[in-house]
Design a protein around this ligand. Structure first.
Ligand SMILES: C[S@@+](CC[C@H](N)C(=O)[O-])C[C@H]1O[C@@H](n2cnc3c(N)ncnc32)[C@H](O)[C@@H]1O
Length: 381
């Protein structure tokens, strides 16, 4: 039961979510969002974007209106930074837990296609709001949620408890799933993954669905919806989503510190592919390239684009400008040659967006395909 002004704020939020989803919020999720007020799940201190492009604290006690407005806007709200440690300085603040944007939450719940009686495992409890919506819909004893951060898990448990919702909150690494309640009909991850943990597939019944945000070092942008079959899972991507990467798959890499060494002698050549064609707003190209080249990331310095493998053994540097920019490549892989070839393949296949790609996951491996599972991407690693 919500009360004014929550009621008005909640109705406005539902309208905003409907606009973002291009259609009204499904009735069952409308009922859940109305019954489970989002602000009850936010901590008294949240972190909101500031003018410098970083985050600043916003406290309920001193800035009630801004805090409340954030709670009912269709935006993600950062609820923990720097893994709960005090930021070393105000410019080094990065989100480590958040309440996802409501339209993303509802979109994922809608795509998850849950029905009464199903058992659902959520990975990444965060504030507990998502788990609360699921528990409202599915009832007691049908939802478990795993959160890696003990402080975040404890707060989510308290909020769920205060709301009278029965969710089993587990503090642990979501990569292991939660075997005690398997099999699940659905697994919903709210942190992104670069590799789908096999435990999720093992713990989902055949025909069940796993929905997870996808991350590639080149671009975090897409949802992956897998259907589980005996011995494997496969499914397609859809675009537009960016979630924090699962702890355990995170890497803190920097070009000069970790990659470049004075003694490296790179091979020099020229390219016809501008580095601008694979950076900035070129989301679809980057998504496809990421699937092709695997564990490869990019970073600009003032004059060139750097590309490196996450094991830091191979790198390439491409001048930003010129008709035939100079390329320098070093290490066992010729990364720019791979990127050029993958970009050519992408153009030859009609510049496909994420929705034309899919992924197959087995216990040993995972690989991407275009349009149908038999059309496996070349240059797969
Ligand atoms: C975007 S937030 C979750 C949003 C949440 N579902 C909600 O409704 O507020 C992602 C969460 O995933 C958690 N997380 C990151 N890595 C994890 C892991 N390996 N296992 C479980 N949780 C993890 C983070 O601590 C963070 O709280």
């Amino acid at each position: 039961m919500t009360h004014r002004p929550e009621q008005a704020a909640n109705s406005a939020l539902l309208r905003a979510v409907g606009d973002a989803l291009d259609g009204p919020v499904p009735r069952e999720w409308q009922a859940a969002v109305t019954a489970v007020p989002r602000h009850h799940f936010l901590p008294h201190r949240v972190w909101l974007p500031d003018a410098q492009g970083t985050y600043e604290p916003c406290d309920l006690s001193t800035d009630h209106d801004r805090w409340f407005e954030a709670a009912y806007a269709d935006v993600p709200v950062v609820t923990q930074v720097n893994d709960g440690q005090p930021p070393p300085d105000p410019t080094d603040v990065w989100p480590s837990s958040s309440a996802s944007a409501p339209s993303m939450v509802v979109r994922m719940l809608r795509d998850l296609d849950v029905r009464p009686g199903m058992n659902v495992l959520e990975i990444g409890t965060g504030t507990g709001w998502n788990a609360a919506l699921l528990a409202h819909r599915l009832g007691a004893g049908h939802v478990a949620s795993v959160e890696v951060d003990p402080d975040v898990a404890r707060k989510a448990w308290a909020s769920l408890n205060a709301a009278g919702l029965d969710v089993e909150v587990v503090c642990g690494d979501g990569a292991d799933g939660w075997p005690l309640r398997q099999p699940y009909d659905r697994i919903l991850s709210t942190c992104s993954v670069r590799r789908v943990p096999w435990a999720w597939i093992e713990q989902t019944r055949p025909g069940g669905i796993i929905l997870t945000p996808w991350d590639n070092p080149m671009l975090c942008w897409g949802l992956l919806k897998l259907t589980v079959e005996p011995g494997r899972a496969l499914g397609r991507f859809s675009p537009h989503s960016a979630f924090m990467l699962m702890r355990g798959q995170r890497q803190d890499l920097r070009i000069y510190r970790d990659v470049f060494r004075d003694e490296h002698v790179p091979e020099e050549s020229e390219t016809v592919l501008s580095p601008h064609d694979i950076t900035g707003d070129q989301w679809e190209a980057r998504f496809a390239l990421g699937l092709h080249v695997g564990d490869v990331w990019t970073a600009w310095d003032d004059e060139r684009l750097w590309v490196a493998t996450t094991d830091t053994r191979s790198w390439a540097a491409v001048d930003a400008d010129g008709d035939h920019p100079t390329v320098r490549q070093y290490g066992p892989r010729r990364l720019w040659d791979e990127i050029e070839a993958a970009h050519r393949w992408w153009e030859e296949h009609g510049c496909p967006g994420p929705e034309r790609f899919g992924l197959t996951v087995t216990e040993e491996s995972q690989w991407a395909w275009l349009d149908r599972p038999s059309q496996v991407l070349p240059l797969r690693r």
